[in-house]
Design a protein around this ligand. Structure first.
Ligand code: MN
Length: 223
Protein backbone atom coordinates (compact mmCIF):
# COMPACT_ATOMS: atom_id res chain seq x y z
CA UNK A 1 0.00 0.00 0.00
CA UNK A 2 2.98 2.27 0.44
CA UNK A 3 3.58 2.26 -3.28
CA UNK A 4 0.42 4.24 -4.06
CA UNK A 5 1.54 7.52 -2.46
CA UNK A 6 4.95 7.08 -4.05
CA UNK A 7 3.34 6.56 -7.44
CA UNK A 8 1.05 9.54 -6.89
CA UNK A 9 4.04 11.65 -5.93
CA UNK A 10 5.93 10.51 -9.01
CA UNK A 11 2.97 11.43 -11.23
CA UNK A 12 2.71 14.83 -9.56
CA UNK A 13 6.42 15.44 -10.04
CA UNK A 14 6.20 14.46 -13.72
CA UNK A 15 3.09 16.63 -14.24
CA UNK A 16 4.64 19.65 -12.60
CA UNK A 17 7.82 19.12 -14.60
CA UNK A 18 5.82 18.91 -17.84
CA UNK A 19 3.86 21.99 -16.76
CA UNK A 20 7.05 23.95 -16.23
CA UNK A 21 8.44 22.88 -19.58
CA UNK A 22 5.34 23.27 -21.74
CA UNK A 23 3.35 25.98 -19.98
CA UNK A 24 5.33 28.07 -17.52
CA UNK A 25 8.51 27.69 -19.53
CA UNK A 26 6.83 29.45 -22.46
CA UNK A 27 6.57 32.82 -20.68
CA UNK A 28 8.74 35.11 -18.58
CA UNK A 29 9.65 33.45 -15.24
CA UNK A 30 7.20 34.01 -12.38
CA UNK A 31 8.17 36.59 -9.75
CA UNK A 32 9.49 35.27 -6.42
CA UNK A 33 8.48 38.40 -4.49
CA UNK A 34 5.75 41.08 -4.63
CA UNK A 35 7.90 43.62 -6.40
CA UNK A 36 11.36 43.73 -7.92
CA UNK A 37 11.80 47.20 -9.40
CA UNK A 38 14.60 46.99 -11.95
CA UNK A 39 17.90 48.51 -10.89
CA UNK A 40 18.85 49.53 -14.43
CA UNK A 41 22.27 50.81 -13.32
CA UNK A 42 23.38 47.66 -11.49
CA UNK A 43 26.53 45.98 -12.75
CA UNK A 44 25.19 42.58 -11.66
CA UNK A 45 24.27 40.51 -14.71
CA UNK A 46 21.19 38.30 -14.25
CA UNK A 47 18.20 37.14 -16.32
CA UNK A 48 16.21 40.41 -16.27
CA UNK A 49 17.43 43.03 -13.79
CA UNK A 50 18.41 42.93 -10.10
CA UNK A 51 15.90 44.44 -7.67
CA UNK A 52 16.31 48.02 -6.52
CA UNK A 53 16.60 48.46 -2.72
CA UNK A 54 12.98 48.08 -1.47
CA UNK A 55 13.45 51.09 0.86
CA UNK A 56 14.09 53.26 -2.19
CA UNK A 57 11.02 52.14 -4.18
CA UNK A 58 8.39 54.81 -4.92
CA UNK A 59 5.21 55.04 -6.99
CA UNK A 60 7.26 56.65 -9.76
CA UNK A 61 8.95 53.27 -10.35
CA UNK A 62 5.54 51.96 -11.47
CA UNK A 63 4.50 55.04 -13.47
CA UNK A 64 5.21 56.10 -17.05
CA UNK A 65 3.62 59.22 -18.49
CA UNK A 66 3.17 60.36 -22.06
CA UNK A 67 1.58 57.52 -24.01
CA UNK A 68 -1.20 59.94 -24.96
CA UNK A 69 1.32 61.80 -27.14
CA UNK A 70 1.78 60.79 -30.81
CA UNK A 71 5.24 59.54 -31.75
CA UNK A 72 7.22 61.13 -34.60
CA UNK A 73 6.49 59.12 -37.77
CA UNK A 74 8.72 61.17 -40.10
CA UNK A 75 10.89 58.26 -41.25
CA UNK A 76 11.04 55.97 -44.28
CA UNK A 77 8.34 53.67 -42.86
CA UNK A 78 5.97 56.37 -41.58
CA UNK A 79 5.84 54.47 -38.31
CA UNK A 80 7.12 54.67 -34.75
CA UNK A 81 6.85 52.64 -31.53
CA UNK A 82 6.66 54.27 -28.12
CA UNK A 83 7.55 51.50 -25.66
CA UNK A 84 6.50 50.97 -22.06
CA UNK A 85 8.76 48.01 -21.33
CA UNK A 86 11.07 47.40 -18.37
CA UNK A 87 13.63 49.92 -19.64
CA UNK A 88 11.07 52.76 -19.47
CA UNK A 89 9.04 51.36 -16.56
CA UNK A 90 11.39 49.60 -14.08
CA UNK A 91 8.47 48.35 -11.95
CA UNK A 92 7.72 45.83 -14.73
CA UNK A 93 10.81 43.80 -13.84
CA UNK A 94 9.86 40.10 -13.26
CA UNK A 95 6.16 40.73 -14.07
CA UNK A 96 6.12 39.29 -17.62
CA UNK A 97 4.12 42.04 -19.30
CA UNK A 98 4.60 45.34 -21.16
CA UNK A 99 2.86 47.81 -23.46
CA UNK A 100 3.62 49.81 -26.61
CA UNK A 101 1.94 52.68 -28.43
CA UNK A 102 2.09 52.36 -32.23
CA UNK A 103 1.75 55.43 -34.49
CA UNK A 104 1.28 55.11 -38.24
CA UNK A 105 1.43 58.05 -40.65
CA UNK A 106 -1.09 58.38 -43.46
CA UNK A 107 -0.96 57.09 -46.10
CA UNK A 108 0.36 53.55 -45.62
CA UNK A 109 2.56 53.97 -42.56
CA UNK A 110 4.01 50.49 -41.97
CA UNK A 111 5.20 48.44 -39.02
CA UNK A 112 7.22 46.11 -41.25
CA UNK A 113 7.37 42.31 -40.89
CA UNK A 114 8.95 41.53 -37.52
CA UNK A 115 8.87 39.08 -34.61
CA UNK A 116 8.93 39.32 -30.83
CA UNK A 117 11.07 36.38 -29.69
CA UNK A 118 9.75 36.53 -26.11
CA UNK A 119 6.12 37.64 -26.40
CA UNK A 120 2.63 37.23 -27.75
CA UNK A 121 1.13 40.59 -28.75
CA UNK A 122 -2.51 41.67 -28.34
CA UNK A 123 -3.37 44.91 -30.17
CA UNK A 124 -6.33 47.28 -30.01
CA UNK A 125 -6.91 49.92 -32.68
CA UNK A 126 -7.54 53.35 -31.14
CA UNK A 127 -7.80 55.27 -34.42
CA UNK A 128 -8.02 54.54 -38.17
CA UNK A 129 -7.94 51.31 -40.17
CA UNK A 130 -5.07 48.79 -40.15
CA UNK A 131 -4.21 45.90 -42.44
CA UNK A 132 -2.61 43.34 -40.13
CA UNK A 133 -1.32 39.82 -40.48
CA UNK A 134 0.94 37.10 -39.21
CA UNK A 135 2.48 34.11 -40.96
CA UNK A 136 2.56 30.64 -39.43
CA UNK A 137 5.55 28.32 -39.60
CA UNK A 138 3.95 26.51 -42.54
CA UNK A 139 3.80 29.85 -44.40
CA UNK A 140 0.06 30.43 -44.07
CA UNK A 141 -0.84 34.13 -43.97
CA UNK A 142 -3.53 35.02 -41.41
CA UNK A 143 -4.56 38.57 -42.30
CA UNK A 144 -7.47 40.97 -41.92
CA UNK A 145 -8.50 44.63 -41.77
CA UNK A 146 -9.03 46.19 -38.35
CA UNK A 147 -11.24 49.17 -37.54
CA UNK A 148 -11.22 51.40 -34.47
CA UNK A 149 -11.93 49.27 -31.39
CA UNK A 150 -10.94 45.98 -33.01
CA UNK A 151 -8.57 43.66 -31.13
CA UNK A 152 -6.16 41.24 -32.81
CA UNK A 153 -3.61 38.75 -31.50
CA UNK A 154 -0.16 38.01 -32.92
CA UNK A 155 1.10 34.68 -31.54
CA UNK A 156 4.52 34.55 -29.90
CA UNK A 157 7.50 34.43 -32.22
CA UNK A 158 5.58 34.58 -35.51
CA UNK A 159 6.43 37.14 -38.21
CA UNK A 160 3.73 39.84 -38.36
CA UNK A 161 3.01 43.34 -39.69
CA UNK A 162 0.55 46.24 -39.45
CA UNK A 163 -0.14 48.93 -42.06
CA UNK A 164 -2.30 52.04 -41.98
CA UNK A 165 -4.78 51.71 -44.84
CA UNK A 166 -7.07 54.47 -43.55
CA UNK A 167 -7.24 58.16 -44.43
CA UNK A 168 -6.00 59.52 -41.08
CA UNK A 169 -2.99 58.85 -38.87
CA UNK A 170 -3.45 55.51 -37.11
CA UNK A 171 -2.91 54.76 -33.44
CA UNK A 172 -2.88 51.36 -31.75
CA UNK A 173 -1.91 50.06 -28.32
CA UNK A 174 -0.40 46.62 -27.87
CA UNK A 175 0.18 44.59 -24.73
CA UNK A 176 3.01 42.04 -24.85
CA UNK A 177 3.58 39.00 -22.66
CA UNK A 178 7.13 39.88 -21.60
CA UNK A 179 8.77 42.70 -19.66
CA UNK A 180 11.24 42.82 -22.58
CA UNK A 181 9.59 41.33 -25.70
CA UNK A 182 12.43 42.11 -28.13
CA UNK A 183 11.80 42.96 -31.77
CA UNK A 184 13.53 41.65 -34.87
CA UNK A 185 12.51 43.43 -38.07
CA UNK A 186 13.07 40.88 -40.81
CA UNK A 187 14.52 43.23 -43.45
CA UNK A 188 16.58 45.23 -40.95
CA UNK A 189 17.88 42.07 -39.26
CA UNK A 190 19.03 40.45 -42.50
CA UNK A 191 20.21 43.46 -44.52
CA UNK A 192 21.22 45.83 -41.71
CA UNK A 193 23.22 43.45 -39.51
CA UNK A 194 26.57 44.67 -38.21
CA UNK A 195 28.96 43.33 -39.31
CA UNK A 196 27.03 42.58 -42.51
CA UNK A 197 25.85 39.09 -43.41
CA UNK A 198 27.89 37.78 -46.37
CA UNK A 199 26.14 39.06 -49.54
CA UNK A 200 26.38 35.61 -51.16
CA UNK A 201 24.51 34.05 -48.23
CA UNK A 202 21.62 36.47 -48.73
CA UNK A 203 21.85 36.24 -52.53
CA UNK A 204 21.38 32.49 -52.41
CA UNK A 205 18.71 32.65 -49.69
CA UNK A 206 16.62 35.17 -51.64
CA UNK A 207 17.59 33.83 -55.09
CA UNK A 208 18.75 37.28 -56.19
CA UNK A 209 21.97 38.84 -57.45
CA UNK A 210 24.66 39.71 -54.86
CA UNK A 211 24.72 43.28 -56.26
CA UNK A 212 21.06 43.69 -55.29
CA UNK A 213 21.93 42.39 -51.82
CA UNK A 214 24.64 45.04 -51.49
CA UNK A 215 22.19 47.71 -52.63
CA UNK A 216 19.78 46.59 -49.89
CA UNK A 217 22.59 46.42 -47.34
CA UNK A 218 23.51 50.04 -48.13
CA UNK A 219 19.87 51.06 -47.75
CA UNK A 220 19.47 49.42 -44.33
CA UNK A 221 22.94 50.20 -42.95
CA UNK A 222 21.97 53.63 -41.64
CA UNK A 223 18.27 53.15 -40.96
MN1 MN B 1 4.66 43.40 -33.07
Amino acid sequence: MKSFPALALAVLVILSYANSIFVLGAVDPDPLQDICVADLKSEVIVNGFPCKDAMMVTADDFLLKGLDKPGDTSNMLGFVVTPASVMQLPGLNTLGISLVRLDFATPLGLNPPHTHPRATEILVVIEATLLVGFITTNNTLISTKLEKGDVFVFPKGLVHFQQNIGSVNAVAISALSSQNPGTQQVAQTLFGASPPVDAYVLAKAFQIDAKLVQLLQNKFKFS
